[in-house]
Design a protein around this ligand. Structure first.
Ligand code: SF4
Ligand code: SF4
Length: 81
C-alpha cells in the first residue's frame, strides 16, 4: 500500500519548510495560506513531516483501487449530448 503526506491545513502557517524539504516538488502553497500536497508526485518519504515546525503533516497509507477508477471513467462517458 502506498503512503502519502497530508497537511492539516487549518493549522498550517505557510512557512514553506515542507516545500523546501520535498525533493520531488510535491508541495506547493498556491494561495499563500496553507500547503497543498500533490498526491500524484508524493511518495510518502516523510521529509516534509520531519521538517514541519508545527508538526501538522502526517504520512498515511492510501488505498488505491484501479477498478474503481476504471468504473468512474466509464460512468463519465456519454453524459453529454
Ligand atoms: S512525503 Fe516526501 S514526497 Fe511527499 S510531500 Fe512530503 S517530502 Fe514530498
Ligand atoms: S512546514 Fe508545516 S506549517 Fe510550514 S507550510 Fe509546511 S505544513 Fe505548513
Amino acid at each position: 500500500m502506498k503512503k502519502k503526506a497530508f497537511v492539516n491545513q487549518k493549522l498550517c502557517v505557510a512557512c514553506g519548510c515542507c516545500l523546501k524539504a520535498c525533493k520531488l516538488g510535491a508541495v506547493s502553497i498556491p494561495t499563500g495560506v496553507y500547503a497543498v500536497i500533490d498526491a500524484l508526485k508524493c511518495v510518502g518519504c516523510g521529509m516534509c513531516e520531519k521538517n514541519c515546525p508545527a508538526g501538522i503533516i502526517t504520512i498515511s497509507k492510501v488505498n488505491q483501487e484501479p477498478v474503481e477508477q476504471k468504473n468512474l471513467t466509464k460512468g463519465m462517458v456519454d453524459t453529454d449530448e
